[in-house]
Design a protein around this ligand. Structure first.
Ligand SMILES: Nc1ncnc2c1ncn2[C@@H]1O[C@H](COP(=O)(O)OP(=O)(O)OP(=O)(O)O)[C@@H](O)[C@H]1O
Ligand SMILES: [Mg+2]
Length: 400
């Protein structure tokens, strides 16, 4: 169906011939955004000539990331070059003279064709997103990087298209853990903000040859962290989830704005505890913070790292302190620092070691939702995971 966004209530009658009967008229950007979010049947948005260009461009830009199959057509009383180029840059498919009803009908037909092809191109005729998994702990040194590198490497090694993003922007050590040379980094996305696409993203990732994992490294210069706008991080993840089956995000040990942006867009949030009082206290505070910002509880996966350390605190004590169940216990083992020093993730270096098997259990049982279906469908990494949950949309912000 089509939506005509125009503040003039009589516009729908004026354009009836050009737009057809399956068109609903709405008069505000909020209502249009809501309709796009709530109704998957909405495939074309025609923006009337009285809607300011900036508002029209904002909608087109948001839709380009969240619903790339959605066609946006802009009607203008006068089509000047500046408006035309600004609109096309924002992702508007066509700019048409508001008086030329034949041209409007033709633009709509072309846009519908493109939408059908885009939908048909996506797996099973339905646009699906990859799964975003953020690994977080409010305390340093508990194993976030160990877990995120091994999780991502295991996913990639299983044939799933996986991107690991190092969001520990000042002190990230994903690159060094995987022995990668970070020629490009998250910082290189800044100049492409607003125009990031698959090619641009691939151009700034580094490939971990042993597993096929793609890595978006943290900047070499810690000072660059402050120069990375939060919306750039959101855009990176949104573009990435369209082109990868899994996007794994490593984080610094605090709720920075960048981390909150990643959490907001994540399908799963792995929270790490260890058997020491400060780590448990920090996890409790992190959980309270997540509750406060409305982050969904069922997306959380609690992992106890170094779970067998004999330090007087038991896993049950942690569970009762944080009032949540531990999903997976990862043992303490010298094989972990040894593998880091060799630059080979433990899931590849010693796949049968208890640490590696527990990380693989975490991935296969708790992160790879729908793994069984992926196998049944003969999944070979060429499409998004079968059971990727419904996409959370930019249009849904504040409406959860
Ligand atoms: N299960 C484990 N057994 C033994 N050592 C471990 C285990 N998990 C992590 N380590 C070691 O603990 C140290 C910290 O791990 P890691 O760098 O993954 O933590 P982090 O949470 O990312 O730290 P930071 O907050 O500084 O980024 C590393 O030396 C790592 O090898
Ligand atoms: Mg780390």
């Amino acid at each position: 169906m089509n939506i005509l966004w125009d503040s003039d209530p009589s516009a729908i009658e004026r354009y009836r011939f050009a737009l057809g009967a399956d068109t609903q008229a709405l008069d505000s950007s909020g209502m249009v955004a809501r309709a796009i979010h709530d109704n998957a049947q909405v495939e074309q948005v025609i923006i009337g000539s009285d809607v300011p260009l900036t508002e029209a461009c904002q909608l087109a830009e948001a839709a380009r990331l969240d619903r790339p199959e959605l066609g946006v057509i802009l009607l203008r009383t006068r089509v000047d070059v500046t408006a035309l180029s600004q609109a096309l840059r924002a992702g508007v498919r066509e700019v048409v003279s508001a008086d030329d009803h034949t041209a409007i009908a033709e633009a709509l037909r072309r846009s519908r064709d493109l939408t059908s092809r885009l939908i048909g191109h996506a797996s099973g005729g339905q646009i699906r997103d990859g799964r975003v998994v953020t690994i977080f702990s409010a305390k340093g040194g508990v194993g976030k990087t160990t877990l995120s590198t091994n999780t991502a490497v295991h996913l990639a090694h299983s044939g799933l298209r996986t991107l690991l993003i190092d969001l520990d922007l000042s002190f990230g050590d994903v690159a060094i853990s995987l022995q990668l040379v970070p020629t490009q980094s998250v910082f290189d996305a800044v100049s492409m903000s607003g125009h990031l696409d698959e090619e641009a993203l691939k151009g700034i990732t580094v490939v971990h040859e042993e597993s096929g994992l793609h890595v978006l490294c943290a900047p070499n210069d810690p000072g660059d962290a402050d120069r990375i706008p939060v919306p750039t991080v959101t855009e990176i993840i949104k573009v990435a989830r369209r082109h990868y089956d899994y996007v794994v995000v490593d984080t610094p040990p605090s709720f920075t704005e960048h981390v909150l942006a990643a959490v907001d867009i994540s399908d799963a949030l792995v929270l790490i505890a260890t058997l020491d009082i400060p780590a448990v206290k920090n996890l409790r505070v992190a959980i309270d913070t997540l509750d406060m910002i409305g982050s969904p509880r069922d997306a959380r996966i609690i992992v106890l790292n170094r779970a067998d350390a004999k330090v007087g605190l038991r896993p049950e004590d942690v569970e009762s302190a944080i009032k949540a169940k531990i999903a997976v216990n990862i043992p303490n083992s010298l094989t972990v620092p040894a593998s880091v020093n060799r630059g080979i993730p433990i899931v590849l270096d010693e796949p049968k070691a208890p640490v590696a098997t527990s990380i693989k259990t975490l991935v296969d049982t708790h992160i790879r939702v729908g793994a069984a279906e992926e196998e049944t469908n003969g999944h070979n990494g060429s499409s998004a995971p079968a059971a990727a949950p419904a996409r959370k949309s930019l249009f849904s912000r504040g409406r959860k």
